[in-house]
Design a protein around this ligand. Sequence first.
Ligand SMILES: C[S@@+](CC[C@H](N)C(=O)[O-])C[C@H]1O[C@@H](n2cnc3c(N)ncnc32)[C@H](O)[C@@H]1O
Length: 477
Amino acid sequence: MTRSAPTRRKAPKAGAAQFSTLHLAPDSLGFALDCAALAVGAVRTGTALPAALAAVQASMPAAAAASARGAIQDLAYRTLRRLGTVDWLVGQLVNKAPPAHVGNVLSCALALLIDDERHAAYTSFTVVDQAVTAIGARRECVFAKGLVNAVLRNFLREREAWLEKAQADAVAASNYPLWWAEAVRRAWPDAWQRVLAAGNAPGPLTLRVNARRSTVAEYLQTLDSNGIAADAIGPYAVRLATPLPVDRIPGFSQGVVSVQDAGAQLAAERLDVRDGMRVLDACAAPGGKTGHILELADVDLVALESDPARAARIEENLTRLGLRANVTVGDAGTPAAWHDGQPFDRILADVPCSASGIVRRHPDVRWLRRATDIPALVTEQRRILDALWPLVAPGGELLYVTCSIFPEECEEQARWFESTHEDAVRLDAPGQLLPAGLPAAASPSVSLSTGTHAAKSERPGADIDHDGFYYARFQKR
Ligand SMILES: C[S@@+](CC[C@H](N)C(=O)[O-])C[C@H]1O[C@@H](n2cnc3c(N)ncnc32)[C@H](O)[C@@H]1O
């Protein structure tokens, strides 16, 4: 198997995006291809996809943004899920690397064409025609209309053969950087291919029912009466059969439900909060878990977040839910700057991590991270844990959470913590959840619940479709 890395092309910064709205109708595929290509280009130069899409949207007229948002988003996410394959194809089908935007339009068009036409949203003819139209709408790219037409038609002529050949290239076949795929294989030798495949399919849309306002049973009836198919997958979790925009989800704007993966919902449940407790949510933005904690009990909650812009999102979310917390901007690793000296009964440490468990929702993450980020994250997680532990009251609990599937950030961290904090007793916790409900026990390289401590892993059923998470719980003696 040969190995190639996806090309990092020079592309304009997301903020520099310019649009040829004069020549492309905002509801056309050509417009969506042009805009998605700009967003993909920004990811290649280091911008996270949501920020890249926001910059692209912000630079177009409001009416165009409203009508094209869904199509642009769908195309950009689809392209990043298939970036390994489409970059390999461009490398094979083009003699000399094309200018960045031309290459990115080709990538987005190929991401549509690699689907069998019988299951595709557009005919092959439409994709080729609209890609050529999009290229022609930009004066600086117009020279490449013939190239784009020829490349896409050459691909279509031998589509099956090209896709088969792509299987011989590790990055093209997996759609992950090599270091990432190998890290998953090392960690989960029996399940790595299924874990990687799960990360290439879009996840379900899961809602959390606000326990102060409704119940899962009641909310399922509301959905049913609105003709929306869904099922219950947890005490507060409802999974929609087909994802919907939030403005079409009954009760969303009134705070009856929030969008939250079923795996993430375990945090507030396992924190076991009761009325009157003092609780610290130490890495809180955008406030998904903060909201859930406050839905479950009347607690005195400090929601700490180091990024001021992200901290504002906690307030927005709590306002929609009609709940209140003391939202504080500060570094969890330096409590002296923000802590009032009162111990906490519960601390949720949902620390910054690789996000390797949530790649199906964030397909850009794998292309943005570097292998060297992992040891740096491990060091940062330890710094945060060391700083937070003294804030836990005797008998109080700390819940360590990551949305990672790399053991260095998960079980290995929990073991390090237990071995370096004599007054920490390990309690039952879900342990490692692999994405899409795959059994974590598939890995011999990490043995959870060895019997050397009180911890047992208690996971939701394997049929429950959730993102990848890790949970460890410690009580202070
Ligand atoms: C995994 S996210 C938290 C998600 C959140 N708990 C939720 O459920 O919506 C981690 C958050 O920690 C913040 N963060 C990173 N380093 C931090 C630090 N040293 N102190 C406080 N917050 C930090 C990040 O900005 C990010 O918003």
